[in-house]
Ligand binder design. Structure first.
Ligand SMILES: *Cc1c(COP(=O)(O)O)cnc(C)c1O
Length: 421
């Protein structure tokens, strides 16, 4: 694909004019810096605000004002069923059926809840295999879960690292390690895309290897959902969790998403920590003893729907529904490919792109590793109206989300780096 590109503004504009998703950019608010809209390549950290988000919150405020408690049953979107409204779109994005997804809490809380159901260690089989350098919150969750079950994290957690001198994990090393530990593994838990390197793992293959070893496969899809299409049901993933404020654009602290495979959701006896929102609606308000789980992923819901944290997600999913995750992925492969092509033309700054080159091994994001001056260069980018983020050690993450970034944005980014650095 690289040789389809050359470096001119005219080409960027041609690519935009042929892009059937280009109109979606208008549906988002861009921060302004020095009187100009910024180039926003930070959707991997916090997606931009969709213009329909405010209206969506207003609608719920209106229901609350006009209906008060009756809002649970009446109004535009009765709150009693609030999670249900998001299931069709989320199921498409996750490659799941509607009964396999729910919306609740936030990512790390959901990871704990899922581990409670799916990390059921025995004396022999208690180990958790994960990537070294996983997102800190995931590390803390897994470490404290191991302790909670009375294990020493140093013994219970097996971390897979990149080989000496390499930045990217080799999938064969992961599969080999799973095989080596097959008699003691309870859980294989990975981030679908590593937040630091941008490496996308083969979820199907690693899940298959985990199952062959007799372990459960859980995934943190914070950087995958809304970025790369998934087939969680067909890949036989046991559980997955994600947040909604990165590529899903639902705003800071928006309610998180959960996938639980169909083979578990009808099992009302499956271990969980329960609350009334996971109880069958028909008996929920009878206020009787004994929890009766809903026979789908919402059987894991605990508390009353967090309507104001979900309204923005509901609104943003309407945009995904119109754009389509498959089309977004096609554009995203082009956009990131174009970014990579232009970055490779730069001679004035020294960095290494550590994200894999193959489109099927990455999503939107490219991670640029700077041996030196990474932080300085990042600060200068921000000063130039480019929003990207910096992660220690030495990495600037650049993520042009296809819903609201254009080829011209990518070209302008390149031009600023070429002329001002
Ligand atoms: C963003 C992110 C989180 C954030 O967790 P919260 O509980 O939503 O704060 C967790 N894990 C990964 C891999 C992330 O990228």
């Amino acid at each position: 694909m690289q040789n389809l590109f050359h470096n001119s503004l005219a080409l960027a504009r041609t690519l935009d004019s042929k892009d059937e998703l280009s109109e979606f950019k208008q549906q988002f608010y861009f921060p302004v810096y020095n009187e100009k809209e910024v180039i926003y390549f930070c959707g991997n950290s916090l997606g931009l605000q969709p213009k329909n988000a405010g209206t969506a919150i207003q609608a719920e405020l209106q229901s609350w004002r006009d209906l008060a408690v009756k809002g649970y049953f009446h109004g535009a979107n009765p709150w009693l069923y609030y999670q249900e409204y998001m299931k069709p779109s989320l199921a498409k994005i996750a490659g799941a059926s509607e009964n396999e997804v729910t919306v609740m809490n936030a990512l790390t809380v959901n990871l704990h809840l899922m581990m409670l159901s799916f990390y059921r260690p025995s004396k022999e089989r208690y180990k958790i295999l994960m990537e070294s350098g996983a997102f800190p919150s995931d590390q803390y969750a897994v470490e404290t879960q191991a302790k909670h079950h009375g294990f020493n994290p140093g013994d219970a957690i097996i971390e897979i690292s990149a080989r000496e001198g390499e930045k990217i994990l080799r999938e064969e090393d992961i599969v080999d390690a799973i095989g080596q530990h097959k008699n003691e593994l309870a859980l294989v838990f990975f981030g679908g895309i590593n937040y630091y390197t941008g490496q996308l793992f083969d979820i199907k293959k690693i899940t298959g290897a985990a199952h062959e070893a007799g372990a459960v496969a859980g995934w943190d899809l914070a950087h995958v959902v809304g970025n790369v299409p998934l087939q969680l049901h067909d890949w036989n993933v046991d559980f997955a969790i994600w947040c909604s404020y990165k590529y899903l654009n639902a705003g800071p602290g928006a309610a998180g998403g959960v996938f639980i495979h169909e083979k578990y959701v009808t099992d009302k006896k499956k271990q969980r920590l329960a609350g009334w929102w996971g109880n069958d609606e028909r008996t929920r308000f009878k206020m009787e003893k004994e929890f009766i789980a809903k026979p789908d992923a919402s059987g894991w819901n605990i508390s009353t729907a967090q309507v104001f944290n979900m309204a923005t997600l509901k609104a943003s999913l309407e945009i995904f529904e119109k754009a389509g995750i498959e089309k977004l992925r096609i554009k995203s492969i082009r956009l990131t490919g174009y970014l990579e092509f232009l970055l490779r033309q730069l001679k004035n700054i020294q960095f290494e792109i550590i994200t894999p080159e193959e489109p099927e091994r990455r999503g939107v994001q490219l991670s640029l590793f700077f041996k030196e001056k990474g932080k300085e260069i990042h600060d200068k980018m921000i000063e130039s109206g480019i929003i990207v983020d910096y992660r220690e050690p030495g990495v600037i993450r650049v993520a042009p989300a296809p819903l609201y970034c254009s080829f011209e944005d990518v070209y302008r980014f390149y031009e600023i780096l070429k002329d001002n650095f």
